[in-house]
Design a binder for this molecule. Structure first.
Ligand SMILES: C[S@@+](CC[C@H](N)C(=O)[O-])C[C@H]1O[C@@H](n2cnc3c(N)ncnc32)[C@H](O)[C@@H]1O
Ligand code: SF4
Length: 359
């Protein structure tokens, strides 16, 4: 009730401002009502849990990165079908969508989908190589940015030869530079993704100096992952060692203009839910020897949110097991804090063995 009166009060206040300063009354009132609805939805979403997906809207691409782990040859859906999926996601309570691919901007109507999501209070993030963005007219860029909370530009090096060799193309540095120049005054979070691989390890210092000229929210290092198609085929060419990876993340843990440094490697991609080009819901899981993609359903008919919840439940269970393992070792020194759980039969087992909590 209180909220209702505050809402009405705000509305009347804005209405009188509009009367005073403009004669485009109806346009402004519609704008205000839309804005308020969006804010309310966002607030509601923030209070609830975050439900996030990556949506590979197309596998088509205008670059040819030899390390790329995108899916190849999956047929994409029509706008009509993707709208159906999006409406179901919104109804089920999705909070965050990362639009990716392939190159998401090659899907002609992706901006229409982003707009629907944004108006429903979903936070949109776009991962892009920046080429199509650099070719849009300013008005089109603004229209796109209006529907995004953040834009992620991928760049691995500022050296044209290296970019050519990686398959990003000779001009990629200039393209990203043009995009960053355009974005620097806009109200949108700018993030950067860099794939650390055999061919760019000695390029990171130059890249860091270049990026530090801009206000970057998050610069994320991806360790090259030999996942799927091309990435698997070209594994030898790009793979780096644990030490090479940790040396870089240690060295670049701070840059004055970058708000957050972040990194990701294969072990951390479990729990990632993907919608792929044909609507299939895929989760990346640990296989016997390598990471594998497991189909969990199709977003046309199945609930992505339920799949995320189920995967979180499983992750909690395995965290619990890991914790118990630690306590078993402490048990040896008689300072185990979880005695009732770990002693539920487990302490009778051999030293070092994991208790079976399903007993
Ligand atoms: C598959 S791309 C799709 C979006 C867009 N085409 C781009 O390159 O930004 C999404 C992100 O995954 C990264 N990536 C691609 N292949 C990878 C691999 N094998 N290991 C780790 N990251 C990879 C890309 O650099 C990019 O930041
Ligand atoms: S990393 Fe992105 S730009 Fe490069 S080939 Fe893969 S999808 Fe295309």
């Amino acid at each position: 009730m209180e909220c209702f009166f505050i809402g009405i009060f705000d509305f009347i206040k804005v209405y009188f401002d509009i009367l005073r300063y403009t004669n485009k009354k109806s346009e402004y009132i519609i704008y205000y009502v839309k804005l308020k609805k969006k804010e309310d939805n966002l607030m509601k979403k923030n209070e609830e849990e975050k439900y996030q997906i990556c949506w590979n809207i197309t596998s088509r691409c205008n670059q040819n990165c030899k390390y790329c782990h995108r899916f190849l040859g999956i047929k994409e859906l029509s706008l009509k079908d993707n709208k159906k999926i999006l409406k179901k996601l919104i109804k089920d309570g999705i909070t965050d969508i990362t639009w990716t691919g392939g190159e998401a901007l090659l899907y002609k109507d992706v901006i229409k989908l982003m707009k629907i999501a944004n108006e429903a209070g979903v936070r949109n993030k776009l991962i892009t190589n920046g080429i199509i963005f650099s070719e849009l007219k300013d008005k089109e860029k603004d229209e796109l940015c209006k529907n995004l909370e953040s834009i992620v530009l991928s760049i691995d090096s500022i050296n044209n030869e290296v970019n050519q060799e990686l398959g990003r193309g000779f001009n990629h540095y200039n393209t990203v530079k043009k995009d960053l120049e355009y974005l620097k005054d806009k109200e949108i979070k700018i993030n950067i993704n860099t794939v650390l691989n055999r061919k760019n390890l000695d390029q990171i210092e130059d890249l860091a100096q270049f990026l530090n000229n801009y206000k970057i929210d998050t610069w994320k290092f991806f360790r090259f992952m030999p996942l799927r198609e091309l990435a698997k085929e070209n594994k030898e060419e790009f793979e780096i060692t644990d030490k090479e990876f940790s040396d870089i993340i240690e060295k670049y843990n701070y840059l004055s203009n970058v708000n957050k440094m972040n990194y990701k490697q294969e072990e951390q991609i479990e729990e990632r839910v993907l919608i792929v080009e044909n609507g299939d819901i895929i989760m990346t899981e640990d296989g016997n020897e390598e990471t594998i993609d497991v189909k969990k359903g199709n977003a046309m008919t199945d609930s992505v949110i339920e799949i995320i919840k189920e995967s979180r439940r499983k992750a909690n269970q395995s965290n619990f097991r890991d914790k118990l393992k630690v306590d078993i070792n402490q048990h040896e020194n008689k300072n185990c804090t979880k005695y009732p759980q770990c002693c539920n039969g487990a302490h009778k087992k051999e030293k070092g063995k994991e208790p079976d909590i399903d007993d």
